[in-house]
Design a protein around this ligand. Sequence first.
Ligand SMILES: [Zn+2]
Ligand SMILES: [Zn+2]
Length: 275
Amino acid sequence: MIVRFWGVRGSIPCPGPKTVRYGGNTSCIELAMPEVSRRIIIDAGSGIRELGAYILNEGTITKQEKIKIFLTHTHWDHIMGFPFFAPMYMPDAHIQIFGPRASEKDSLEEIVGGQWTYNYFPVLQKDLAATVEYIELKEGEYDLGMGLRLKTKLLFHPISCLGYRFEYKDKCFCTLFDTEPFKDRDEIIEFVKGADLIVHDAQYTEEEYRSAKEGWGHSYIEYALDIGIKAGAKRLAFFHHDPDRTDEELDNLGNNYNSKEIESFFAKEKQEVVL
Ligand SMILES: [Zn+2]
Ligand SMILES: [Zn+2]
């Protein structure tokens, strides 16, 4: 499996001279399994725009090759890139959008598809050229076919938000964002046990979190590190960087928080990790 980061920021895109190296796009990760020509996308933040262009360039769009997008949740920074995801406008594309239902009242389709209304965008959902399917997920286990398995876990966030554990052959890739620290850490450690890579919410330092950010739905770096080490993970990527963090600050945090017990790094846009 190859993991590619297309957007690593939380909350809002933050392009500019201070974020050139880590990137300014919001959440979007590609999980590629080239040997079986499969691709999974996690989240549709602003980073998905460039991934869409990359997929078009590859020329791999067919009705048979369904594009599977797993949304962690429907907060805007995780879905804002959808209207600019070029395959949505390709008649040959079949796109499956998986994700949790945010509330009893609103379906996944209503919330995500609601971006294609004239109040927000000049194209309507019914006019999209691609075949688009919405599939709601709950906490549980799913067989995605061709040897790919998925486990989901409800995280600690103001709306329903899922952590993902993808298993393929002997490799395991996990995402834990957006989430605040779990009071019972063992519960979440069990979920990501033995992962080859965990991508973890690390928007704040512990000091920032404790001074003003409790209840905002995000974790701190020290907590993410503790979960990664106790889960026995091979690698840990700090993710969902605060939009105010500059490249220099992220470099410094990377130097301050490296541990001998686990290989950790602050995720960068366009970075590729082979599992
Ligand atoms: Zn977010
Ligand atoms: Zn969120």
